[in-house]
Design a protein around this ligand. Structure first.
Ligand code: ARG
Length: 303
């Protein structure tokens, strides 16, 4: 084989193994960080005052802050309909946690809200979609939340806007542990005890915690899998909580503006306790699974 055809072959093979992003081919950009964002930011600040519900240590996010974060909803949920979080990774696929479907008998009752920040004031940027199918990792186990990863296909694709953008999924080459600016976001419980979910998306900055430390005595001895990430603070106080599951752990690229979804909120012992940080499914470990399953199940459902 000559060099040119080898190059062509490698390029084609390379394309087949990566995620193709619509939205002008971009992902992970917080579009509204432009002048438009500062405009809504003041509104956001006003809204904080009556909504100073701290997520376990977070604050209310400004409109369109995290435009790939979605809410998976269930009509039976008394908590403003919200059931789990998720990340939009293509025009019609959402990445979330497998355990979100433990108690769901009929996935066709679920729907997904995209482009919203506050449920009671979803605004013009928000859209809802029915669920076409749910793909759960075949090794997922309820007992210890192993392989806690799933994909949700929307009935119909969504269009990108300043409120709706795609997440960048961390690929196997990304050095996740080097990333410094990491955040979580979700509509989950704002205190460990409250069963109430938040009306406004909450956000908090967290630190990535070394998996070895996280897996050690006094923390979560032996419970952390090689494809998990831990994030939060050794002393607790800031963490994800019930209802944040499926949503993203996001880190900004070290050399660029955009953000990676590096983790999927999976579990934690209580919320915000010392030495019991949030445990996340590492998306880079499931990158190939994600790409492969989006493709296979899209073809299946189309035929
Ligand atoms: N399993 C929870 C859920 O279903 C997420 C828990 C995250 N907990 C934590 N302490 N970080 O919503």
């Amino acid at each position: 084989m000559n060099r040119l055809s080898l190059l062509v072959l490698l390029t084609v093979a390379g394309l087949a193994h990566s995620i193709q992003y619509p939205c002008g081919g971009s992902c992970g950009y917080r579009v509204s960080q432009s002048p438009y964002r500062s405009m809504t930011y003041s509104y956001g600040n006003v809204a904080y005052d009556d909504d100073m519900t701290r997520v376990v240590g977070g604050v209310g996010a400004a409109e369109a802050s995290w435009p790939w974060v979605v809410s998976i909803q269930h009509p039976g949920s008394p908590k403003l309909g919200h059931w789990c979080g998720g990340s939009l990774i293509s025009a019609d696929w959402v990445l979330t946690a497998a355990h979100c479907f433990d108690k769901i008998e009929n996935v066709s009752l679920l729907y997904v809200v995209i482009g919203a920040t506050q449920f009671t004031k979803p605004g013009l940027g928000a859209v809802a979609r029915d669920v076409k199918q749910v793909v759960i990792h075949r090794y997922y186990k309820r007992v210890d939340y192993r392989y806690d990863v799933a994909l949700v296909q929307l009935e119909r694709p969504v269009e990108c806007s300043s409120y709706i953008q795609l997440a960048c999924v961390a690929d196997p080459t990304l050095r996740v542990s080097n990333l410094k600016n990491c955040w979580i976001a979700g509509w989950g419980a704002t205190t460990a005890r409250s069963q109430d979910y938040s009306d406004r998306l909450q956000e908090a900055k967290v630190q990535l915690i070394d998996v070895k430390l996280c897996n050690s005595t006094g923390w979560y001895p032996g419970e952390i899998h090689p494809y998990n990430l831990c994030a939060g603070y050794p002393q607790g106080t800031i963490d994800a909580c019930q209802g944040d599951s499926g949503g993203p752990l996001m880190c900004q690229d070290n050399d660029a503006e955009y953000w990676w979804v590096v983790g999927i909120t999976s579990w934690g012992e209580g919320c915000a306790r010392p030495k019991q940080p949030g445990v996340y499914t590492s998306t880079q470990h499931f990158y190939d699974w994600i790409v492969y399953n989006m493709r296979v199940h899209a073809i299946e459902s189309a035929s």
